[in-house]
Ligand binder design. Structure first.
Ligand code: ZN
Length: 70
């Protein structure tokens, strides 16, 4: 094995390591949109959400309840 072959092998491994780091290493940086915000949702239809404490469900008209996650 000559030095050029070693250089290519080491370079290839470094590139693979960098690629793995790029895709798996930065996941923890993803912003959490609902973090620290009061969010209200219908007890019957949890996908109906609002930031307004006085909001009501557009399907059943029930008052939305707080869904803040500790
Ligand atoms: Zn509802």
């Amino acid at each position: 094995m000559d030095s050029a072959q070693i250089f290519v092998t080491v370079g290839g491994l470094a590139l693979i390591a960098w690629t793995l780091w790029f895709f798996f290493g930065k996941r923890e940086e993803e912003p959490v949109a609902a973090s620290g915000k009061a969010l209200y949702a219908c007890p019957m239809h949890p996908w109906i959400t609002s930031n307004e404490p006085t909001a009501t469900c557009s399907i059943c008209g029930m008052k939305l309840t707080s869904t803040s996650v500790e």
